[in-house]
Design a protein. Structure first.
Length: 125
């Protein structure tokens, strides 16, 4: 069955910036990244008072969201993988993960030490 395009909402919270490397033109933020969408195939009745079900990401379709200009990405795994999926009775799915990224950020140092840089975090699917 073809369900057509899926509208995915994303939110991103930078928890920390580990480094900025002006020579390599990169910066490394730690982020909390959340995606949500509705999958009608996952609608269910509330059972035993559960407001949502939790499962592992490999058991559910997940959008192929990618970060542009990524040099490296790592899922936090201590003490266990830092990601989860919640499925609500309406079929709403929320996928959350904590990531460390290294992203490209071209830097022009001609006005150093008075230069300013804007590093972007862009996503695509």
């Amino acid at each position: 069955d073809d369900y057509g395009p899926v509208k995915v909402k994303v939110s991103l919270h930078i928890t920390e910036i580990d480094s900025v490397d002006i020579h390599r033109g990169v910066f490394s933020p730690q982020i909390y990244f959340q995606q949500s969408w509705v999958d009608d195939r996952l609608k269910h009745d509330k059972t035993a008072g559960n407001v949502f079900l939790e499962t592992v990401p490999s058991h559910v379709w997940i959008p192929d969201t990618m970060f542009q200009y990524v040099k490296s990405a790592r899922l936090h795994t201590i003490p266990q993988p830092q990601h989860y999926i919640r499925i609500y009775p309406t079929g709403e799915v929320i996928y959350s993960q904590k990531l460390s990224l290294t992203l490209g950020c071209p830097m022009d140092l001609q006005l150093y030490p008075f230069d300013m840089h804007m590093c972007e975090i862009r996503m695509e699917s």
